[in-house]
Design a protein around this ligand. Structure first.
Ligand code: ZN
Length: 132
């Protein structure tokens, strides 16, 4: 289990860029086809931009056509947290970093096999640790 990280809004504001803060702490969504990683095919591990918790492996990333980085599974179920989200009149499942609670994106049930899941994640919430 990742260690739980708790910081105040003021502390997060100092550590994150305004865009990262908007996504991770205010549960924002970046516009599609604008993020740093939606097209990325680099090998590596996508970590939480706020705390460095490893979230997704590049070998589970796939081209979903949505304009956001999409993965069919997290590195470990324990590293992410999911919760039902009923904002904006929709019923979605929110995905968060299990270590620091950062909002990452949503998970949908229209992904490829073997899981059938699509983790639709904001680039701004991720930091790619490239394999050398
Ligand atoms: Zn985190």
């Amino acid at each position: 289990m990742p260690k739980k990280i708790q910081k105040t809004d003021e502390e997060w504001k100092k550590e994150l860029t305004p865009e990262q803060y908007h996504i991770c702490r205010d549960k924002g969504t970046e516009p599609p086809f604008t993020g740093k990683y939606y097209k990325s095919k680099e090998d590596g591990v996508y970590k939480c931009v706020a705390c460095g918790n490893p979230l997704f492996d590049s070998n589970t990333k796939y081209e979903s056509g949505t304009g956001w980085p999409s993965f069919y599974k997290p590195i470990s179920e324990e590293n992410v947290e999911t919760e039902e989200d009923r904002t904006y009149g929709m019923r979605r499942t929110e995905v968060m970093c299990n270590a620091c609670g950062a909002h990452l994106g949503h998970v949908f049930e229209d992904g490829p096999q073997p899981t059938g899941l699509r983790y639709c994640i904001n680039s701004a919430a991720l930091k790619l640790d490239q394999k050398k």
